[in-house]
Ligand binder design. Structure first.
Ligand code: OGA
Ligand code: MN
Length: 296
Protein backbone atom coordinates (compact mmCIF):
# COMPACT_ATOMS: atom_id res chain seq x y z
CA UNK A 1 0.00 0.00 0.00
CA UNK A 2 1.34 3.48 -0.78
CA UNK A 3 1.02 6.56 1.37
CA UNK A 4 -1.61 9.08 0.33
CA UNK A 5 -1.87 12.71 1.48
CA UNK A 6 -5.30 14.38 1.66
CA UNK A 7 -5.41 18.12 2.48
CA UNK A 8 -7.31 19.13 5.64
CA UNK A 9 -7.44 22.82 4.68
CA UNK A 10 -6.75 24.33 1.24
CA UNK A 11 -3.17 25.33 2.06
CA UNK A 12 -1.91 23.34 5.03
CA UNK A 13 -2.27 20.20 7.19
CA UNK A 14 -2.91 16.83 5.56
CA UNK A 15 -4.19 13.43 6.57
CA UNK A 16 -1.96 10.51 5.64
CA UNK A 17 -3.24 7.00 4.95
CA UNK A 18 -1.62 3.75 3.92
CA UNK A 19 1.19 3.31 6.43
CA UNK A 20 1.75 1.60 9.79
CA UNK A 21 4.21 3.80 11.68
CA UNK A 22 4.72 1.30 14.51
CA UNK A 23 6.82 -0.89 12.17
CA UNK A 24 10.33 -0.08 10.92
CA UNK A 25 10.18 2.28 7.93
CA UNK A 26 12.26 2.36 4.77
CA UNK A 27 14.40 5.41 3.95
CA UNK A 28 11.92 6.22 1.14
CA UNK A 29 9.00 6.22 3.57
CA UNK A 30 10.86 8.49 6.00
CA UNK A 31 11.69 10.86 3.14
CA UNK A 32 8.06 10.91 1.98
CA UNK A 33 6.98 11.93 5.49
CA UNK A 34 9.72 14.60 5.71
CA UNK A 35 8.71 15.98 2.30
CA UNK A 36 5.08 15.90 3.43
CA UNK A 37 6.04 17.91 6.54
CA UNK A 38 7.76 20.52 4.37
CA UNK A 39 4.69 20.77 2.16
CA UNK A 40 1.89 20.59 4.79
CA UNK A 41 3.42 21.55 8.19
CA UNK A 42 1.01 19.22 10.02
CA UNK A 43 0.39 15.54 9.25
CA UNK A 44 -2.41 13.47 10.80
CA UNK A 45 -2.20 9.67 10.94
CA UNK A 46 -5.01 7.47 12.32
CA UNK A 47 -4.91 4.13 14.06
CA UNK A 48 -1.19 4.13 15.00
CA UNK A 49 -1.05 1.82 18.02
CA UNK A 50 2.13 3.08 19.61
CA UNK A 51 3.59 2.27 22.97
CA UNK A 52 6.37 4.54 24.25
CA UNK A 53 9.07 2.27 22.79
CA UNK A 54 7.67 2.22 19.26
CA UNK A 55 6.81 5.93 19.32
CA UNK A 56 10.39 6.83 20.25
CA UNK A 57 11.82 4.42 17.67
CA UNK A 58 9.63 5.98 14.95
CA UNK A 59 10.51 9.52 16.13
CA UNK A 60 14.27 8.87 15.86
CA UNK A 61 13.86 8.62 12.07
CA UNK A 62 13.62 12.41 12.02
CA UNK A 63 16.55 13.42 14.24
CA UNK A 64 17.71 13.55 17.81
CA UNK A 65 15.12 13.50 20.60
CA UNK A 66 14.71 16.33 23.10
CA UNK A 67 14.44 15.69 26.82
CA UNK A 68 11.04 17.14 27.73
CA UNK A 69 11.07 20.47 29.53
CA UNK A 70 8.55 19.02 32.01
CA UNK A 71 11.11 16.37 32.94
CA UNK A 72 13.91 18.94 33.08
CA UNK A 73 11.89 21.05 35.49
CA UNK A 74 10.94 18.33 37.96
CA UNK A 75 12.55 15.71 40.12
CA UNK A 76 12.77 12.23 38.52
CA UNK A 77 10.36 10.70 41.04
CA UNK A 78 7.66 13.18 39.96
CA UNK A 79 7.58 11.88 36.36
CA UNK A 80 5.17 9.27 35.06
CA UNK A 81 7.04 8.79 31.77
CA UNK A 82 10.66 8.55 30.67
CA UNK A 83 12.44 11.88 30.10
CA UNK A 84 12.23 11.80 26.26
CA UNK A 85 8.44 11.55 26.48
CA UNK A 86 6.59 14.77 27.32
CA UNK A 87 3.61 13.91 29.50
CA UNK A 88 0.70 15.84 27.97
CA UNK A 89 -1.84 14.22 30.30
CA UNK A 90 -3.81 15.21 33.37
CA UNK A 91 -2.43 12.26 35.37
CA UNK A 92 0.12 12.12 38.20
CA UNK A 93 2.78 9.44 38.84
CA UNK A 94 0.12 7.20 40.36
CA UNK A 95 -2.07 7.58 37.25
CA UNK A 96 -4.57 9.58 39.28
CA UNK A 97 -6.29 12.74 37.97
CA UNK A 98 -4.46 15.88 39.06
CA UNK A 99 -6.32 18.08 41.55
CA UNK A 100 -7.54 21.61 40.71
CA UNK A 101 -4.66 23.30 42.53
CA UNK A 102 -1.94 20.87 41.34
CA UNK A 103 1.08 22.94 40.29
CA UNK A 104 1.85 20.77 37.23
CA UNK A 105 -1.75 21.01 36.10
CA UNK A 106 -1.63 24.79 36.33
CA UNK A 107 1.72 25.01 34.53
CA UNK A 108 0.36 22.81 31.72
CA UNK A 109 -2.46 25.31 31.15
CA UNK A 110 0.20 27.32 29.31
CA UNK A 111 -0.51 24.91 26.41
CA UNK A 112 -3.85 26.65 25.96
CA UNK A 113 -2.02 29.71 24.62
CA UNK A 114 -0.83 29.73 20.99
CA UNK A 115 2.80 28.61 21.03
CA UNK A 116 5.59 26.81 19.26
CA UNK A 117 7.13 23.98 21.29
CA UNK A 118 10.43 24.65 23.04
CA UNK A 119 10.75 28.12 21.52
CA UNK A 120 12.41 28.90 24.87
CA UNK A 121 15.46 26.85 23.84
CA UNK A 122 18.52 28.31 22.12
CA UNK A 123 17.98 25.72 19.40
CA UNK A 124 14.22 25.28 19.38
CA UNK A 125 12.32 22.12 18.43
CA UNK A 126 11.84 20.87 14.88
CA UNK A 127 8.97 18.34 14.92
CA UNK A 128 6.59 17.37 17.71
CA UNK A 129 4.86 13.99 17.53
CA UNK A 130 1.75 13.66 19.70
CA UNK A 131 0.13 10.28 20.23
CA UNK A 132 -3.41 10.00 21.64
CA UNK A 133 -3.60 7.09 24.09
CA UNK A 134 -6.79 8.10 25.96
CA UNK A 135 -9.10 10.89 24.75
CA UNK A 136 -11.87 12.60 26.72
CA UNK A 137 -15.51 12.23 25.59
CA UNK A 138 -15.67 15.91 24.66
CA UNK A 139 -13.38 18.92 24.25
CA UNK A 140 -9.60 18.76 24.16
CA UNK A 141 -9.07 19.55 20.48
CA UNK A 142 -5.69 20.81 19.37
CA UNK A 143 -5.61 23.74 16.95
CA UNK A 144 -2.79 24.44 14.52
CA UNK A 145 -2.02 27.71 12.71
CA UNK A 146 -0.03 28.10 9.50
CA UNK A 147 2.79 30.60 10.09
CA UNK A 148 3.89 30.60 6.45
CA UNK A 149 0.45 31.74 5.26
CA UNK A 150 0.39 34.20 8.18
CA UNK A 151 3.68 35.68 6.98
CA UNK A 152 2.70 35.71 3.28
CA UNK A 153 -0.49 37.69 3.98
CA UNK A 154 1.20 40.52 5.90
CA UNK A 155 1.36 43.83 4.06
CA UNK A 156 4.73 44.85 2.60
CA UNK A 157 5.26 47.58 5.18
CA UNK A 158 4.88 45.12 8.05
CA UNK A 159 7.13 42.57 6.34
CA UNK A 160 9.84 45.21 6.00
CA UNK A 161 9.42 46.32 9.62
CA UNK A 162 9.72 42.85 11.12
CA UNK A 163 12.34 41.41 8.77
CA UNK A 164 15.27 41.68 11.17
CA UNK A 165 13.52 41.85 14.54
CA UNK A 166 14.79 39.58 17.30
CA UNK A 167 12.51 38.43 20.14
CA UNK A 168 13.22 36.95 23.56
CA UNK A 169 11.44 33.74 24.63
CA UNK A 170 11.08 32.14 28.06
CA UNK A 171 8.67 29.63 29.57
CA UNK A 172 8.25 32.22 32.32
CA UNK A 173 6.67 34.76 29.93
CA UNK A 174 3.86 32.40 28.85
CA UNK A 175 3.14 31.44 32.46
CA UNK A 176 3.13 35.11 33.39
CA UNK A 177 0.32 35.56 30.83
CA UNK A 178 -1.87 33.14 32.81
CA UNK A 179 -0.91 34.68 36.14
CA UNK A 180 2.00 32.61 37.42
CA UNK A 181 4.68 34.50 39.29
CA UNK A 182 8.04 33.37 37.93
CA UNK A 183 9.30 32.06 41.31
CA UNK A 184 6.28 29.80 41.66
CA UNK A 185 6.32 28.52 38.08
CA UNK A 186 10.07 27.94 37.94
CA UNK A 187 10.64 26.94 41.57
CA UNK A 188 14.17 25.64 41.95
CA UNK A 189 14.67 25.49 38.14
CA UNK A 190 15.08 29.22 37.46
CA UNK A 191 18.05 28.72 35.13
CA UNK A 192 15.68 26.96 32.67
CA UNK A 193 13.76 30.22 32.35
CA UNK A 194 16.62 32.39 31.10
CA UNK A 195 15.29 34.15 27.97
CA UNK A 196 16.71 33.11 24.58
CA UNK A 197 16.76 35.10 21.34
CA UNK A 198 15.13 34.22 18.04
CA UNK A 199 14.38 35.90 14.76
CA UNK A 200 10.72 36.93 14.37
CA UNK A 201 10.89 35.98 10.69
CA UNK A 202 12.33 32.58 9.91
CA UNK A 203 13.55 31.53 6.52
CA UNK A 204 13.36 27.91 5.50
CA UNK A 205 15.99 27.02 2.96
CA UNK A 206 14.39 23.67 2.09
CA UNK A 207 11.20 25.30 0.84
CA UNK A 208 12.40 28.86 0.19
CA UNK A 209 9.53 30.15 2.33
CA UNK A 210 9.44 32.56 5.26
CA UNK A 211 7.32 32.16 8.37
CA UNK A 212 6.35 34.22 11.39
CA UNK A 213 8.02 32.78 14.45
CA UNK A 214 5.48 33.59 17.15
CA UNK A 215 4.88 31.93 20.52
CA UNK A 216 3.27 32.71 23.88
CA UNK A 217 6.81 32.36 25.25
CA UNK A 218 7.82 35.72 23.68
CA UNK A 219 8.33 38.46 26.29
CA UNK A 220 10.21 41.17 24.41
CA UNK A 221 11.55 42.46 21.11
CA UNK A 222 15.18 43.58 21.28
CA UNK A 223 15.45 47.36 21.35
CA UNK A 224 11.73 47.92 21.99
CA UNK A 225 9.98 49.04 25.18
CA UNK A 226 8.36 45.92 26.67
CA UNK A 227 4.71 47.10 26.62
CA UNK A 228 5.04 48.10 22.97
CA UNK A 229 6.67 44.77 22.11
CA UNK A 230 4.00 42.75 23.87
CA UNK A 231 1.15 44.71 22.29
CA UNK A 232 2.71 44.19 18.84
CA UNK A 233 3.26 40.46 19.40
CA UNK A 234 -0.43 40.26 20.34
CA UNK A 235 -1.42 42.02 17.11
CA UNK A 236 0.70 39.67 15.03
CA UNK A 237 -0.64 36.63 16.90
CA UNK A 238 -4.20 37.79 16.28
CA UNK A 239 -3.44 38.12 12.57
CA UNK A 240 -1.70 34.73 12.43
CA UNK A 241 -4.47 32.76 14.12
CA UNK A 242 -7.46 33.88 12.04
CA UNK A 243 -9.76 30.99 11.07
CA UNK A 244 -8.45 30.79 7.50
CA UNK A 245 -4.99 29.85 8.84
CA UNK A 246 -6.22 27.28 11.39
CA UNK A 247 -6.86 23.55 11.38
CA UNK A 248 -8.66 22.17 14.46
CA UNK A 249 -7.88 18.54 15.21
CA UNK A 250 -10.52 16.50 16.98
CA UNK A 251 -8.68 13.54 18.48
CA UNK A 252 -9.51 9.87 18.16
CA UNK A 253 -7.64 7.31 20.21
CA UNK A 254 -4.46 6.13 18.39
CA UNK A 255 -4.17 9.29 16.29
CA UNK A 256 -0.62 10.49 15.77
CA UNK A 257 -0.17 14.11 14.73
CA UNK A 258 3.22 15.48 13.68
CA UNK A 259 3.74 19.24 13.40
CA UNK A 260 6.67 21.39 12.39
CA UNK A 261 7.33 23.94 15.15
CA UNK A 262 9.34 26.09 12.72
CA UNK A 263 6.34 26.80 10.49
CA UNK A 264 3.26 26.35 12.70
CA UNK A 265 1.86 27.30 16.12
CA UNK A 266 -0.64 25.27 18.11
CA UNK A 267 -2.77 25.39 21.24
CA UNK A 268 -4.79 22.96 23.36
CA UNK A 269 -8.50 23.53 23.85
CA UNK A 270 -10.38 23.10 27.10
CA UNK A 271 -11.89 19.84 28.37
CA UNK A 272 -13.16 18.55 31.73
CA UNK A 273 -9.72 17.67 33.05
CA UNK A 274 -10.87 17.25 36.66
CA UNK A 275 -13.17 14.36 35.71
CA UNK A 276 -12.09 12.98 32.30
CA UNK A 277 -8.74 11.37 31.52
CA UNK A 278 -6.77 12.65 28.54
CA UNK A 279 -3.48 10.80 28.04
CA UNK A 280 -1.37 12.23 25.22
CA UNK A 281 2.35 11.58 24.85
CA UNK A 282 4.71 13.77 22.90
CA UNK A 283 8.13 13.02 21.50
CA UNK A 284 10.03 16.01 20.18
CA UNK A 285 12.80 16.29 17.59
CA UNK A 286 15.59 18.74 18.25
CA UNK A 287 16.07 21.60 15.85
CA UNK A 288 19.21 21.92 13.79
CA UNK A 289 20.24 25.57 14.12
CA UNK A 290 19.85 28.77 16.10
CA UNK A 291 17.31 31.02 14.36
CA UNK A 292 19.48 34.11 14.86
CA UNK A 293 22.11 32.57 12.59
CA UNK A 294 19.68 31.89 9.78
CA UNK A 295 20.08 34.35 6.96
CA UNK A 296 16.82 35.93 5.89
C1 OGA B 1 1.94 19.84 23.08
C2 OGA B 1 0.71 20.65 23.17
C3 OGA B 1 -1.67 20.53 22.93
C4 OGA B 1 -2.76 19.63 23.40
O1 OGA B 1 1.83 18.61 23.19
O2 OGA B 1 3.01 20.41 22.85
O3 OGA B 1 0.79 21.86 23.20
O4 OGA B 1 -3.87 19.74 22.85
N1 OGA B 1 -0.43 19.96 23.19
O5 OGA B 1 -2.53 18.83 24.30
MN1 MN C 1 2.87 22.44 22.65
Amino acid sequence: MTMTFSPLTPQFAAEVAGIDLTRPLTAEQVKAIDDGMDRWGVLVFHDQRFDDETQLAFSRNFGELEVSSGAEMSRPEENRLRPEMADISNLDVKNQLRAADDRKRLGALGNRLWHSDASFRVIPAKYSLLSARIVPPSGGNTEFADMRAAYDTLDEETKAEIEDLVTEHSGAFSRELIGFPREIYGGEFQEKLRPVRHRLVRYDERTGRKSLYLSAHIGSILGWPIPEARAYIRDLTEHATQPQFVYAHQWKVWDLVIWDNRTTMHRARRYNDLTDVRDMRRSTIRGEAMTVQQAA
